[in-house]
Design a protein around this ligand. Structure first.
Ligand code: DX5
Ligand code: ZN
Length: 221
């Protein structure tokens, strides 16, 4: 049985009640808190930073926090997020001048490191740094907004990424982000993903437990 993880994206949560919202999805069966950081520069939207991550830790959230940096440049925020309690820190390679150094900074700060590839960005950089990765995140929408439609051609890249990871033999999590629903999660898992970000499909549902259970049912099928 695969070790599947569900990571609700708090981008679609009610920010006025963020602590309660995160508690609620974790109580409803989520595994990881996906934390979308947008800077209105690398992506055309502006969200949350290290202070909010720290506030969630101070509130008592102990689950892994998966910080998805959609910022440029990357390095100055790594230490701040590590201090704020991030578990994973992932960044987009084109947003860092020195990919290897940024990965090293994340590891040196005591966090798990990952790269994020936009839908039309190839796996090329991953080949060289796979030994340093704890996570590879493939975007299945263009980053910047929740509630977009899953881009089907990303399934081919997922299969390629799965083959690369299996060949390297290290436990690198393969995460997918964007447009994941109970309807398509089975196909996404079949293509090789083991970690699923879902924002609108979970926070947009009235019943978080039912939304997560519907996804797990497809993963078990
Ligand atoms: C998009 C973000 C995603 C997004 C997912 O830039 O990285 O994490 O919030 O939202 P849904 O699941 O609604 O596509
Ligand atoms: Zn994300």
């Amino acid at each position: 049985m695969q070790d599947y993880k569900i990571a609700p994206s708090i981008l679609s949560a009610d920010f006025a009640r963020l602590g309660e919202e995160v508690d609620a999805v974790l109580a409803a069966g989520a595994d990881i808190v996906h934390f979308d950081v947008m800077d209105n520069h690398y992506v055309p939207n502006l969200t949350i930073g290290p202070m909010v991550c720290k506030a969630l830790r101070d509130y008592g959230i102990t689950a892994p926090i998966d910080v998805h940096l959609m910022v440029e440049p990357v390095d100055a925020l790594i230490g701040q997020f590590a201090d704020a309690g991030a578990s994973f820190i992932t960044f987009h390679p084109e947003a860092s001048k020195h990919i290897d150094r940024s990965l090293q900074l994340i590891k040196d700060a005591g966090c798990q490191a990952g790269l994020v590839l936009n839908p039309a960005v190839g796996l090329e950089p991953v080949k060289y740094v796979l030994e340093q990765l704890d996570m590879l995140l493939l975007m299945s929408v263009n980053p910047g907004f929740g509630g977009q439609k899953f881009i089907p051609y990303t399934l081919d890249k997922l299969r390629e990424a799965r083959a690369l990871i299996d060949a390297c033999g290290r436990p690198v999590r393969l995460e997918v982000d964007g447009g994941v629903t109970a309807e398509n999660i089975g196909a996404i898992a079949a293509a090789g993903a083991d970690t699923f970000v879902a924002g609108s499909a979970i926070f947009g549902a009235g019943d978080y437990r039912a939304a997560i259970a519907a996804m797990r049912e497809q993963l078990a099928a």
